[in-house]
Design a protein around this ligand. Structure first.
Ligand code: SF4
Ligand code: ZN
Ligand code: ZN
Length: 324
């Protein structure tokens, strides 16, 4: 059996394709922690006074986010936050308990809220209303908008100055290409962790895992024996969506030229950072219904618009919720 290329002591278990190195489990974990820390330090993503809300879904990426950040950030400055969508058979209690256990082992509190507590409706109820009213709607569009809003409301409520999501390198490069193909360069900038803050009500979002390959995250989770939620959401769409096609194409490219995704992201980062520093951005207007920031040129936000379309009264604040 070959030995690890880094320590030369232990048996190599993983092939790190973008560097061509063979690594043992311990060196793989250390390498990923160091790269996450480098990403955070290089762009000062977490400063001395920051309190960071970790958006934890219960999937492998969120465990790796929790584990890597808590390895170098004081756990008193981290708060775990998990949203229960309210989908029968999904978000089972045992996963939340496991998430709580992993968080508390790292000294991090976990706050759990359901979409029903925040908005008055679970995702399943929203989907049922849409079905009854014969409205065309994608559960994922609703779910994504409600979760993003819920995370931002929670961050403000819990006194966080940053929110951290567990997007990995594969997610980031797929999103980058989706925005390019849709001709939406502004979104590329808005989604960047160094994007200017366009509203005091939007808590800045960081993505510490954005330069870690998904396959490395899987190996990390496996190495530490994390058991994560593997049940698939029943609303997941299996048709070949644009993202699925891009994912397939990127994997082919990565196979031929290992490291392509990382070079792509780093090259675009350079361009985006230049653009951000040379442009003046307008502050976002507030939605006339919920008072939350909305896109330039809109009177009401997308979420209120979708809810009104279903005949649901939009809710305006996290304070209206009952505690779990
Ligand atoms: Fe929400 Fe869609 Fe993910 Fe299900 S698959 S949890 S509906 S975003
Ligand atoms: Zn080693
Ligand atoms: Zn609104």
């Amino acid at each position: 059996m070959p030995l690890c290329d880094v320590c030369g002591l232990r048996e190599a278990k993983y092939y790190q394709h973008h560097t061509g190195r063979k690594l043992c489990g311990k060196c793989l974990i250390e390498d990923i922690r160091e790269r996450v820390k480098k990403e955070v330090d290089e762009h000062s993503l977490i400063n001395g006074s920051d309190r960071v809300l970790l958006a934890l879904s219960g999937g492998k990426d969120s465990f790796v986010l929790l584990d890597t950040l808590s390895s170098f950030v004081d756990s008193n400055r981290l708060i775990g936050f998990s949203i229960v969508e309210g989908i029968p058979g999904y978000n089972r209690e045992e996963y939340i308990l496991r998430l709580k256990k992993y968080a508390s082992e790292r000294g991090v509190d976990l706050v759990v809220k359901s979409l029903k507590e925040i908005f008055g409706y679970s995702l399943y109820e929203v989907v049922s209303i849409a079905r009854d009213r014969k409205k065309e709607m994608s559960p994922c569009t609703f779910c994504g908008a409600m979760r993003r809003r819920g995370i931002n409301l929670a961050a403000r409520e819990l006194g966080a100055t940053k929110t951290a999501t567990a997007h990995n390198l594969d997610d980031e490069v797929q999103t980058l290409f989706m925005n390019i193909l849709r001709g939406d360069p502004d979104r590329l900038i808005r989604q960047h962790p160094l994007a200017p803050r366009l509203s005091d009500l939007l808590v800045p979002r960081i993505k510490p895992l954005r330069k870690i390959y998904e396959r490395e995250i899987t190996a990390y989770a496996y190495e530490l024996g994390f058991k994560f939620q593997e049940t698939e959401c029943p609303f997941i769409v299996h048709e070949p969506t644009l993202r699925a096609r891009i994912r397939h194409w990127l994997y082919m490219l990565e196979k031929e030229r290992p490291g392509s995704m990382l070079s792509l992201l780093e090259s675009f980062d350079e361009l985006i950072i230049k653009k951000i520093s040379s442009t003046k951005y307008e502050k976002l207007p507030l939605c006339k219904i919920c008072g939350e920031p909305t896109s330039i040129g809109r009177d009401i936000c997308k979420l209120c618009e979708m809810m009104l379309d279903l005949g649901i009264e939009p809710k305006g604040s996290f304070n209206q919720t009952h505690s779990s």
